[in-house]
Ligand binder design. Structure first.
Ligand code: HEC
Length: 121
């Protein structure tokens, strides 16, 4: 009796983990018509940019990219999209010293801009 119950709990737990990570994947890789900073953009910037563009920034990075306003401002006034669109190794390419972001992630950031910078939750 007790074992059955534990097994039931364990499978519920596993099931919820599995479906969570599936949702995360879909959100990050498949553009929808509702790109938001919180769900789609922040994870890309956190993984690839805030190593230097933290608050305060390090390694000579000129600004932080830690929050919604920072990233939106950098797209509007600091050519962020041009920087990430450059080829690996090209002068001014971001992330500095790293490989170019996968094209689908660059496209997602462009789409986010075109849809008017939705912040999300
Ligand atoms: C290894 C450190 C490092 C990483 C990682 C990095 N940057 Fe930078 N970034 C710099 C430095 C240093 C500069 C200043 C030199 C320059 O403008 O090229 C800079 C400049 C910039 C600028 C131009 C700012 C201005 O005022 O002209 C943008 C936009 C930018 N980074 C975006 C990004 C984005 C987006 C990412 C992630 C995809 C990223 N960076 C990752 C170090 C980094």
């Amino acid at each position: 009796m007790k074992k059955t119950y534990l097994f039931y709990l364990a499978s519920l737990f596993l099931w919820s983990c599995a479906s969570d990570s599936e949702n995360d994947l879909v959100d990050v890789t498949e553009p929808s018509d509702n790109i938001t900073y919180t769900i789609n953009i922040k994870p890309i910037i956190d993984l690839n940019c805030i190593f230097c563009h933290r608050d305060p920034p390090i390694n000579d990075a000129p600004m932080s990219l830690l929050n919604f306003e920072n990233v939106k401002e950098a797209i509007q006034n600091r050519n962020l999209i041009e920087r990430i669109s450059k080829q690996t190794g090209e002068n001014g390419a971001m992330p500095l010293g790293g490989p170019r972001l996968p094209q689908n992630l660059i496209d997602l950031i462009i789409q986010w801009k075109d849809e008017g910078f939705k912040e999300g939750e």
